[in-house]
Design a protein around this ligand. Structure first.
Ligand code: 4AD
Ligand code: MG
Length: 501
């Protein structure tokens, strides 16, 4: 389809006074006397287009076009202060590709279940577009970081013969009559490549049969994993810090408009700085047990109770006001505000209901247990920058992690917890490089070393200290976008009990 003067909405302001052609979709249309106002989107951005009844063909062509009708519009670009973006298109001609009728997603609020069932259409909303662009930026920045530092990209297999992150979350499938599993991580293969090339990374989909319905778990997610020869835990802490700073800076540089669309508190991202706080697991447990922390959590609870009382007051005022207005658009505006306040109250109530359990969890947490979502939320809310927690108890971590020479109860690992309560976004470790220690650990875990002989060979032929980590793309996007749930961070989320569309 060849079109002259083809232009994209995002470039419109560079074509003032020119006649251009836009291709895209109608987001909305309203009429005011002899003018039709079309809110138009083309994937790059949204703009206002107008047509007057004095252009009878174009005016009539829009008759009966519902939301998401596909159109080619030709017209003149004009300055218009009242229009979003400061420019608008005065339409001369309209070509209708398809008249859409009764688009299921209207501008009023829809429940999440409904939107998830219509995910294939929901992607067209400005909010979802903003999230997808930020996701793209996170991935681009993450790859750029390793590419600029001389890492080689290695593609690791998705069909794998065994577990790396625990048998409990494996997806098993039939591989020509033998069991095979979907990759939980590329790491074990990546270690082989690190012994060949020194600095490597992999980036691909990974799978976990997570039987948990939380706001942090997907069954299919994307992970970027660096792996490096001749590094120790401290090097990995530093690398993870530089890496996250790079990713956040890149989003702040390139995606301001998207962050604004999402209403993200950009200050929280701007305040992130090196050095990130570092705690050992044992220090983190001490923090959870500290009376100062408990007092702080109690204060937060009291503040949330005050806040909910205030929002309720505001709500009752709004409800009175809405009964007094008559204009349809005003009623709609008020109703939308009321809905937002109700959401806020629900959210705060949920938080208030949960906080006593949070406090109790912190007080009674026992050394040796893994941190769950609650502990991670508490810990990561205490710092403005991501928190690096190291040296967890051996029992709760994967078999390949290097035993701590100073304390055999712990391993030389790191988890990086994103601030504002988001929790773990990076998990990694120095790897066990001693053959006998690794074999002993595998037996302890009840693992048969036989299928792992290739992996054990790395400890037989030129073993060196090495390690790496994995960053979950969706958890990172969720945090950077300030989302409440991971499901919006990937075009088609796969969750326990959810795999359509
Ligand atoms: O901590 P994990 O399990 O670490 C590994 O897989 C290592 N093999 C990585 C390495 O050292 N090369 O997972 C790493 C990250 C987590 O921090 C989290 O961001 C993400 O992957 N992740 C998930 N994201 C969404 N849904 C899930 N079910 C996830 N499980 C892990
Ligand atoms: Mg982990």
């Amino acid at each position: 389809m060849k079109t002259t003067n083809l232009c994209f909405v995002s470039d419109l302001s560079q074509h003032l006074g020119e006649t251009v052609c836009l291709r895209g979709w109608m987001r909305a249309m309203r009429s005011s006397g002899k003018i039709r106002f079309v809110e138009f989107r083309d994937g790059t951005s949204t703009c206002q287009c107008t047509v007057e009844a004095s252009k009878p063909d174009a005016f009539a062509a829009l008759e009966g076009c519902g939301q998401e009708s596909s159109l080619t519009l030709t017209g003149t670009v004009r300055e218009e202060a009242r229009s979003p973006g400061g420019v608008e298109l005065s339409i001369e001609t309209v070509e209708v590709h398809q008249q859409a009728m009764e688009y299921p997603i209207s501008r009023k609020e829809h429940g999440v279940d409904f939107l998830m069932q219509h995910r294939h259409l929901w992607l067209r909303s400005p909010r979802q577009g903003a999230i997808l662009r930020i996701r793209h930026r996170v991935i681009t920045a993450a790859r750029e970081f390793f590419d600029q530092r001389g890492f080689t990209l290695i593609d690791t297999p998705i069909f794998q013969p065994g577990a790396a992150e625990g048998a409990g979350t494996l997806f098993e499938l039939d591989y020509f009559g033998s069991p095979a599993y979907l990759a939980q991580t590329g790491q074990l293969y990546l270690e082989t490549a690190a012994m060949a090339l020194g600095k490597v990374y992999c980036f691909g989909p990974t799978f976990r049969a997570e039987k948990s319905k939380t706001r942090r778990h997907l069954t299919e997610f994307w992970m970027i994993e660096p792996e490096i020869a001749f590094v120790e835990l401290e090097d990995l802490q530093e690398l993870s810090e530089e890496f996250l700073l790079h990713v956040v800076a890149s989003v702040l540089t390139h995606q301001q408009a998207e962050l604004e669309e999402l209403g993200r508190d950009v200050g929280a991202l701007e305040r992130i700085q090196a050095p990130f706080p570092r705690l050992t697991y044992s220090e983190a447990v001490e923090l959870l047990h500290s009376p100062e922390l408990h007092a702080k959590l109690e204060t937060e609870l009291a503040e949330a109770q005050d806040a909910v009382a205030q929002v309720k007051e505001e709500l009752s005022q709004k409800e009175q006001q809405v009964s007094q207005v008559t204009k349809a658009w005003k009623v709609e505006k008020f109703n939308q505000e009321i809905q937002e306040l109700q959401d806020q109250i629900r959210e705060l109530d949920r938080w208030i209901a949960h906080q006593p359990a949070h406090i109790e969890d912190a007080k009674t947490f026992q050394w040796g247990k893994d941190f769950g979502g609650d502990e991670e939320t508490i810990l990561s809310r205490q710092f403005e920058s991501p928190l690096i927690v190291s040296e967890y108890p051996r029992e709760v971590k994967a078999f390949y992690m290097k035993q701590n020479p100073d304390d055999p109860r712990t391993v030389r690992n790191l988890d990086v917890l994103a601030p504002e309560g988001y929790g773990e976004i990076i998990g990694g470790s120095q790897r066990e490089d001693d053959l006998d220690t690794l074999l002993a650990r595998m037996r302890e875990e009840g693992m048969d070393p036989e299928p792992y002989q290739w992996y054990l060979d790395l400890r037989r032929y030129g073993s060196v200290p090495h390690g790496g980590f994995g960053l979950g793309i969706e958890r990172t996007v969720s945090w950077i976008c300030g989302l409440k749930h991971i499901r919006e961070t990937i075009p088609f989320p796969r969750l326990m009990g959810k795999m359509t569309p």
